[in-house]
Design a protein around this ligand. Structure first.
Ligand code: SAH
Length: 358
C-alpha cells in the first residue's frame, strides 16, 4: 500500500500521529488521499452521531473589544465599527426565538468588554438557564481569570470556546498586539478545562505567515489537550485591519484539517463554520462530508449582525441564520443528514434525554 494511505489508516485506528507524519499528510495534494481521509472521517462521525447534525444558536452579544488582534474586524483600533451591546432582555428574546425554532444550545459570543462584568454575566446566565432549563449554554467571551471562569460556570454555563488561534508563540506574536501572548491564551484554555467546562479550541486556517510546521504544532497540541470541541475556519481578510491585504485561507486545507481532527477524536464536536460557508457556497456541505457534525446559525437580532463583522462579507443570512433553518434543513437533507433537536453534548455525558429528529 502507498505509504500515505497507511498513515491515514493508522490515524483512523490509533487516533494519533507524530510530527513528520502530520507534516507529510498536510503537504500531500493527491486527491485520492484526500478522498480517503474525508470518507474515513465521515464514517467516524456517522459511527458516533449517525446522520444527525447538532445546532448551536449563535448570539453575538456585543462587539466592544479591548483587544487589537491584527486580523479581527472588531479590533479596538477599528474606528469604522458601529459598536453595540445587547441588553439582557434582547439576549433572552433571541433565546426564546431560538428555542421555538428547535435550538437547545445557545452560544454567547462577543468581544472582550469590561462592561459585561462577571456580575452582569452571572445574572444573564442564571436567567437563561432558568427560562430554558433543558438548554446548554456556551460562552465565547475571550480571556478571563480562572476565578471568573469558575463564577460563570457556577452560574450555569456549560461550555466555553476559546480558540488558541496558533500554537507557535512567534506566529502568535505576529498576529496579536504585544500585550497578548500565546502563553496566556493556553493558560486560559487549561483553566477552562480545570474548571470543568466542555472546552473548545481551534485555529484560523491560512492566517498570515502560517506555515505547515505551525499547523503541525497545532495538531500535536490538540491531540494532547483532547478538547470536546474543535472549531476551525479559514482566515478571511477584513479591509479595516492591518492584515486587510493578506490572502484568505484555503477551503481545501480547512476541510482536510476537519477530517484529521475527526479521526483524532471520533466524539469531538466539530462545526462546519460560518467562515467556511462564507468563502465557499458549498463549504458547509463539504465540512459535514469531511466529518463535521455541528452548525451554528446566527440568532443575533438582524439589526446588529452587520456590525459583528470579524471579516469581510461574513455570512449571516439564509442557511447561516436562524430564520433560514428550512433552507439549512434542505441543504443537509440533500447530502443525507438531518438536524437533531437536542443539547448535543459531548458523547459520554448523559444529558441528551430527549432527542428527536426535526
Ligand atoms: N473574543 C472572543 C471571540 C472571538 S471571535 C475570543 O477571543 O475568543 C471568534 C473567532 O473568530 C476567533 O477566535 C477567531 O479565530 C475568528 N476570527 C476572528 N477574525 C477572523 C478573520 N479575520 N478571519 C477568520 N476568522 C476570524
Amino acid at each position: 500500500m502507498y505509504t500515505l494511505q497507511k498513515v491515514i489508516a493508522r490515524l483512523n485506528d490509533t487516533h494519533r500521529l507524530n510530527a513528520p507524519e502530520y507534516r507529510q499528510l498536510l503537504l500531500d495534494d493527491d486527491a485520492r488521499n484526500d478522498h480517503l481521509l474525508h470518507s474515513l472521517a465521515r464514517d467516524a462521525a456517522l459511527s458516533v452521531f449517525g446522520n444527525g447534525i447538532f445546532l448551536r444558536g449563535l448570539i453575538e452579544v456585543g462587539n466592544h473589544c479591548r483587544n487589537n488582534c491584527l486580523y479581527c474586524g472588531i479590533r479596538y483600533g477599528n474606528p469604522n465599527v458601529r459598536r453595540y451591546r445587547l441588553s439582557r432582555e434582547e439576549i433572552l428574546k433571541c433565546c426564546a426565538q431560538g428555542y421555538s425554532l428547535g435550538f437547545r444550545t445557545f452560544v454567547l459570543q462577543g468581544g472582550e468588554d469590561a462592561a459585561m462584568s462577571d456580575e452582569w454575566l452571572e445574572g444573564l446566565i442564571r436567567s437563561i438557564k432558568e427560562a430554558f432549563p433543558d438548554c446548554a449554554l456556551t460562552l465565547s467571551l475571550g480571556e478571563k481569570s480562572e476565578d471568573s471562569y469558575r463564577t460563570l460556570k457556577a452560574a450555569g454555563a456549560d461550555r466555553y470556546l476559546l480558540r488558541h488561534e496558533t500554537f507557535n508563540p512567534g506566529h502568535y506574536a505576529r498576529l496579536h498586539p504585544e500585550e497578548m501572548s500565546r502563553d496566556n491564551r493556553l493558560a486560559c484554555i487549561a483553566a477552562l478545562k480545570r474548571t470543568g467546562y466542555q472546552t473548545g479550541t481551534g485555529i484560523m486556517v491560512g492566517s498570515p505567515w502560517q506555515t505547515v510546521d505551525d499547523i503541525v504544532e497545532d495538531l500535536l497540541y490538540i491531540q494532547e489537550l483532547h478538547p470536546e470541541m474543535i472549531g476551525i475556519g479559514p482566515f478571511i481578510h477584513h479591509k479595516d485591519t492591518p492584515l486587510g491585504d493578506m490572502p484568505d485561507g484555503s477551503v481545501d486545507m480547512c476541510i482536510k484539517l476537519i477530517s484529521i481532527f475527526r479521526l483524532m477524536n471520533n466524539r469531538a464536536l466539530i462545526p462546519a463554520t460560518t467562515a467556511l460557508a462564507t468563502l465557499d457556497p458549498e463549504g458547509r456541505k463539504k465540512g459535514i462530508l469531511a466529518g463535521a457534525n455541528v452548525v451554528m446559525p446566527n440568532l443575533s437580532p438582524a439589526c446588529v449582525r452587520g456590525n459583528y463583522a470579524l471579516y469581510e462579507d461574513k455570512a449571516h443570512s439564509g442557511a447561516e441564520s436562524a430564520e433560514g433553518l428550512d433552507e439549512l434543513k434542505k441543504e443537509l437533507q440533500s447530502i443525507g443528514y438531518d438536524i437533531v433537536i437536542s443539547r448535543g453534548d459531548y458523547p459520554g455525558d448523559n444529558n441528551d434525554k430527549e432527542k428527536c429528529i426535526m
